[in-house]
Design a protein around this ligand. Structure first.
Ligand code: ADP
Ligand code: MG
Length: 243
């Protein structure tokens, strides 16, 4: 452990980009290609957690999606790619150090409320029923229902939210949806969209000051390449984590 946990990697270490495998990794590859970088190994095939690129000055750190902001905030990665869903929850719990994310317009989906097929959500809301909501997006869920004046008990889960209503743990879930196949397979229906979601680029602030010259070409290339992708990203600006 470094004496100063906020110290970024130094000039001798390659620039380090933290991201998760799966959809975010797959959709980041074209952005890296636009910056002239190829990735010879895939995270699943190699099982490596630090993946080299064909540019010795840039390496990838493969971490859990919800851990990306933490690696970047503490300077263990110079920059990272994480969904608006993850960042929105992270800044509420870890104020300071992460700001000005760039919307990359990738890994797009939507955060929504879903219930079992037979459950009359609108009637429950109208009648002022207290709802049990299972989710890993505690802040988003709390704010959404508070905004509607609906009383809820939030049950925090870490995965497979779709299961909760099927076994009586919750009336509804707040989760990400893209195709809707997972909901359908579990006889759930989307009853309300909370917000669209897309992935963002976040940068460690000390790294931006000390390694700005090395970082800037990537920030520019990613911004250019993602602007070429159609539509507006999701989620809107993050509520600032600074006073
Ligand atoms: P984990 O399982 O580690 O939480 P995932 O790989 O399932 O992470 O999701 C990573 C990110 O991919 C999410 O935080 C979100 O921003 C994005 N994403 C886009 N579409 C979906 C989707 N349909 N389901 C889950 N995540 C999605
Ligand atoms: Mg997942």
């Amino acid at each position: 452990m470094n004496a100063d946990p906020y110290r970024p990697t130094d000039a001798a270490t390659p620039l380090t980009l933290a991201l998760s495998k799966g959809r975010i990794f797959d959709e980041t590859l074209p952005l890296l290609a636009a910056a002239g970088v190829g990735v010879p190994e895939k995270p699943n095939a190699s099982r490596k957690l630090i993946l080299p690129t064909d540019n010795p000055a840039l390496r990838l750190l493969i971490v859990r999606a919800s851990d990306v902001p933490t690696y970047v905030q503490y300077g263990a990665a110079d920059f990272g790619i994480a969904g608006h869903d993850v960042l929105y929850e992270h800044v509420a719990e870890h104020p300071g150090g992460l700001y000005q994310p760039i919307d990359l317009n990738i890994a797009r989906c939507r955060l929504c409320v879903a219930t079992p097929k037979g459950f009359d959500y609108q009637a429950a809301v109208r009648q002022g029923s207290r709802l049990r909501i299972a989710t890993k997006y505690v802040r988003s869920a709390r704010e959404h229902f508070a905004g509607k004046g609906v009383h809820v008990d939030i049950i925090k889960l870490y995965g497979s939210m779709e299961l909760a209503p099927l076994v009586g743990l919750a009336d509804a879930i707040v989760d990400l949806v893209s195709s809707g196949n997972t909901l359908r397979a579990n006889r759930l229906v989307e009853v309300e969209e909370i917000r669209p979601v897309s992935a963002r680029l976040i940068v460690n602030q000390a790294a931006l000051k000390m390694r700005g010259a090395a970082l800037q070409p990537y920030l520019d290339a990613f911004a250019r390449a993602s602007a070429d992708m159609d539509g507006n990203g999701g989620g809107g600006p993050l509520i600032s984590d600074r006073p």
